[in-house]
Design a protein around this ligand. Sequence first.
Ligand SMILES: [Mg+2]
Length: 400
Amino acid sequence: MVTIKDIEIYPVSDLATAKASPWASVSIIVRVVTSDGQVGYGEAVPTLRVNPVVRAIEEVRRFMVGKDPFRITYLFREWYKHEFYISRSFESATAYSAVDIALHDLLGKYLGVPVYQLIGGLVNDKIKAYANGWYSDCVTPDDFARRAKDVVSMGFKALKFDPFGPYFDQMGEEGLEEAVERVRAVREAVGKYVDILIETHGRFDVNTAVRMVKAMEEFNPLFIEEPVHPDLNFEGLAKIKAAAPSVRIAVGERIISVEEPLQLLERGLVDVLQPDITNALGFTGMVRIRALTEAFGVELAPHNAFGPVQHAATIQFDASTYNLLIQESFYDFWPQWKKDIVNNAFRIEDGYYKVPNRPGLGVDVNEKLLNEMRFEGMEPFHEEEPVWVIKGTWRSYKSM
Ligand SMILES: [Mg+2]
């Protein structure tokens, strides 16, 4: 019998030359090795969690070594049985997610099929994507408009951005006006047929979020994402839905269990769900969450913000998903080292990525680079700008 021989963990970074936002400056790649020398790759979430996530993956490794890698559901249930906190612990969920992705990569390679064949088969051979990460250092409406035009000229038909500068909890009239002017500038720059998606990063209290969503309605966003603090979702999203029923609301990137989306779906609070394969328990969790969204007639737009193995895994998931709305992508705005971790480039063509049809995740990982770029420690932390914003955008232009 083939068994899992080891799980290697590679936090990788090029902090010396990284121009990326701190949350994007490290990738955590896992490499599952079998007793007969095959390898599968997965990825975990780094954001302000690099060290605790590495420790959590070591715990999953302790359980996995010696087991049959192909009993994927059995392994999931066994680990769920032992790991008392997986439905409550972000670190635990992302650690398991990384390994689950790698097990699917392995199984696909053994069977000689892409992962999408293991989770329902091919529905979409190309995936519509929206650009994110394109607006570093944009502050004025002009900055956003100019850069948005560049994004469209690269081939994207949709783009997402956070226009809310340095505001958190509350935002007065001046702040709201700044955000509205930024969104108006982008809408005018890209025209009415390019989709605009508005990111809020869960930053507002309920009253502010209601005002903001109503003010953004005229720009016809494809969706507004995380308009309230995530622990205010039940009350806050209900008030937003009542105040602006035609605006589509997206949430989901912080989901770590199947129960969380069920609670949102049952209450009718979400129009587009954004689970992330690197913290929603890998392919195993994503397939369960997908079934829920199908039952409630809600579309999927998976969160995908970290690194190249996540990107490849998410594309495999999308390929077998019929209620896919659109796929997030930072890929074209990454520093080169992050793209180089996998040898196969993803190219945006007319707004779409082609789905690779090679076995497993469909990409080859550059193992030499993983070793060369191995990194110890945490990503940078800056008092002046939270890690989760796009670098250089935590600014107001009215007060400049
Ligand atoms: Mg987001």
